[in-house]
Design a protein around this ligand. Structure first.
Ligand SMILES: [Zn+2]
Ligand SMILES: [Zn+2]
Length: 352
């Protein structure tokens, strides 16, 4: 089968590899659609280390090709998605409600342990992928939805919404979302869905600010044109209830602290590298009753079912975020376009 393989820093290549077989509790999916994540670009650049030879990709849409022993309630041919994070459903982390930090059957907690596809096991930018702990992770796609409708559920929607949920957004809140890439746009939609009365989207790309309005932002601010934290404090009488960081950089994290009210929540979903510093003036010297929370994309079949129900209910135009389409054979070109953010790209659909 064909698969996008991490070869070395700066080099992901489409190669012929052996088609895997599903083992105990596993399923083999034939992919019909997948995409490239910003995290895959970090892997390509060597900023997030994975082992050479690994098949990358963690956002699968497809059909069940074969089931290993011990998977009940599913059949060959079922159309499914699987979350980017594949909790086992049985370890200490999973049973503590922290499936993203799953130790896949182990006894010890393991940071990021639930993220396995394209990280610690072969991923889904390929013709086929093996799904671990299939019973907990296969999620049937409703008849009424096309593959393209649910492409963002495995990671982008789940992560964006999770920042809202972890930030405990309440009805009537003011929420600012820093960076309106695909995940930030889903956080914007999520804040609106959670009942925020004022949603502020921040970016500098006009098309992204326009999309933010379509996803539910009431106000959009361009950080190149003004001091956005000062403007947010002015609009809200001293700061938002919840500030969401959706980029993973010092500047946006700091802006969140400067834009949140005393007693408010900074909810961070970005992936950081190097050091992250807390400026004490923005942090009220540690006396501002602030809460800082982080999130990793929640997975599992029930999470996927809920997200697909949001898509089916037409709550926001999620499908508009998929701006480009490539064949799997063209995936290296797709990395080139997406990695350099050319041609107004938001998300790319990859079709095996
Ligand atoms: Zn991702
Ligand atoms: Zn687990």
């Amino acid at each position: 089968m064909r698969a996008a393989v991490f070869v070395e820093k700066g080099h992901i290549e489409l190669r012929e590899v052996r088609r895997p077989e599903p083992g105990l509790g596993e399923a083999l999916l034939k992919l019909s659609l997948t995409t490239i994540c910003g995290t895959d670009v970090h892997i390509l650049k060597g900023e997030y280390p994975v082992r050479p030879g690994l098949v990358v990709g963690h956002e699968p849409v497809g059909r069940i090709e074969a089931l290993g022993p011990g998977v009940a309630g599913f059949e060959r041919g079922d159309r499914v998605i699987v979350g980017a994070i594949t909790p086992c459903g049985q370890c200490r982390a999973c049973l503590s409600g922290d499936g993203a930090q799953c130790s896949h059957g182990g006894e010890r907690f393991e940071s990021l342990g639930g993220w396995r596809f394209g990280n610690t096991i072969d991923g889904c930018q390929a013709d086929y992928v093996v799904v671990p702990n299939a019973q907990a992770n296969l999620a049937r796609i409703p008849e009424s939805l096309a593959d393209e409708d649910v492409l963002l559920c495995p990671d982008i929607m789940s992560t964006g919404f999770s920042a809202v949920e972890r930030g405990r957004v309440r009805i009537g809140d003011a929420v600012a979302v820093f960076a309106q890439g695909p995940i930030g746009l889903c956080a914007t939609a999520g804040a609106r869905l959670a009942g925020a009365a004022l949603v502020i989207g921040i970016d500098s790309v006009p098309a992204r600010l326009a999309q933010a309005k379509r996803m539910g932002a009431d106000v959009v601010l361009d950080f190149r044109q003004q001091d956005v934290a000062a403007e947010i404090r002015r609009l809200t009488g001293g700061g938002v209830d919840v500030a969401i960081e959706a980029l993973g950089q010092q500047e946006t994290f700091e802006n969140c602290l400067r834009a949140v009210r005393p007693g408010g929540v900074v909810s961070s979903l970005g992936v950081y590298s190097g050091h992250l510093q807390v400026p004490l003036d923005a942090f009220a010297a540690g006396l501002g009753d602030h809460t800082i929370v982080t999130t990793l994309c929640p997975g599992g079949k029930e999470r996927m079912r809920r997200l697909m129900s949001v898509v089916a209910a037409g709550r926001a135009p999620f499908r508009e975020l998929v701006t480009h389409s490539f064949r799997l054979a063209e995936i290296e070109a797709a990395y080139e376009l997406f990695g350099h953010q050319r041609d107004g790209v938001m998300k790319v659909a990859i079709r095996p």
